[in-house]
Design a protein around this ligand. Structure first.
Ligand code: HEM
Length: 150
């Protein structure tokens, strides 16, 4: 039987997501393949990613309320021209961060990494378009739960 409740609660809330984001970006900025992609990185990025993840996993909706929602998230990746090699390295570093920061629950970790696999493919697709491209209305921020995409 699948567990009940949100992935956000099973993860342990925003503080755990902040630690995940922080650990992940420490690794990204030390990585020779990914660091150049994040040349304009600022520390607010860490917080924005934690806030996005909170919403995706059915926690507070602050990304939609205050940070531009799904449209802003997708637009942030326009023009980055992410390669498959970079996407896979991103996944590798995120898997290590998940291992370190998330509760030792195999199903929870698997679901979270499945979200990242799905999300990084979308980020890569969007990144092939030039900045300023009209991406239209992508709809509300998705939700990811114990059964995957809700
Ligand atoms: C599920 C996958 C992903 C999520 C949830 C995600 C999340 C985010 C968020 C929330 C922002 C906006 C940050 C801000 O407002 O400061 C952002 C920007 C960005 N993302 Fe992603 N991202 C994902 C995949 C990727 C991948 C695969 C790459 C590259 C390999 C990437 C590279 C970037 C870069 C370079 C920015 C702009 C950074 C900046 O503002 O300087 N992202 N991402």
């Amino acid at each position: 039987m699948e567990p009940t409740g949100t992935l956000y609660d099973a993860i342990g809330g925003i503080e755990v997501l902040r630690r995940l984001s922080n650990t992940f970006y420490e690794a990204v900025l030390a990585d020779e393949l990914l660091a150049p992609v994040f040349a304009d990185f600022t520390p607010t990025h860490i917080e924005h990613v934690a806030v996005w993840l909170a919403e995706i996993f059915s926690g507070p909706t602050r990304f939609t309320d205050d940070l531009g929602g799904h449209h802003a998230l997708l637009s942030a990746h326009l023009g980055l021209h992410i390669t498959e090699e970079q996407r896979l390295r991103w996944m590798e570093l995120m898997a290590a961060a998940v291992e370190k920061e998330l509760p030792p629950d195999d199903l929870l970790r698997r679901r979270v990494l499945e979200y990242f696999d799905w999300g990084t493919k979308i980020a890569r697709e969007v990144s092939a378009e030039e900045p300023g491209t009209d991406i239209g209305d992508p709809g509300p921020t998705p939700r990811w739960g114990w059964q995957g995409l809700a």
